[in-house]
Design a protein around this ligand. Structure first.
Ligand SMILES: [Zn+2]
Length: 145
């Protein structure tokens, strides 16, 4: 399986950011890979594992995860990538959901660096609902009284 690229985004990559994303999980389990943050270039590069130059130099290695999801905004399959912290939160959230098959989650990140925090909330929708407009309407309908 080829490593997904971190540096180029061809429109099929998703990351948690200040703008919430709504995704439906397609894969059951994420792929794990590792990156090195190169200070001088201010970018992350993938660790190639065996005989990796950055490992030899002792550059810190971070575990990263990626998983295939459906972006509910445009119904396009994309790869959601993120840190272990994000994926732990995703796992905790899906564990609490009844919906075992392809759970839908809204994901948002706030803060920077070590203060970065993730918000992951379940979305309960009908399987055929695609647009966020319908999604929000559905959420309104579900307000308990
Ligand atoms: Zn390495």
């Amino acid at each position: 399986m080829p490593w997904p690229s971190d540096s180029k985004n061809d429109g099929t990559k998703l990351y948690a950011s200040e703008t919430p994303i709504d995704v439906r999980f397609i894969d059951k389990e994420p792929e794990e890979y590792h990156t090195h943050f190169i200070q001088t270039e201010k970018k992350s590069v993938k660790c190639i594992g065996h005989e990796c130059d950055h490992c030899v130099k002792g550059v810190r290695r971070d575990a990263r995860y990626s998983i295939l999801v459906m972006d509910m905004k445009d119904s396009v399959q994309k790869t959601l990538s993120g840190s272990a912290a994000l994926f732990r939160k995703i796992k905790l959230t899906t564990n609490l959901m009844d919906q075992e098959e392809s759970p839908c989650l809204r994901i948002k990140a706030s803060g920077q660096g070590l203060k970065k925090e993730y918000t992951v909330v379940p979305i309960f929708i009908k399987k055929d609902v695609k647009s966020t407009t319908q999604l929000e309407k559905k959420e309104d309908d579900e307000v308990p009284f």
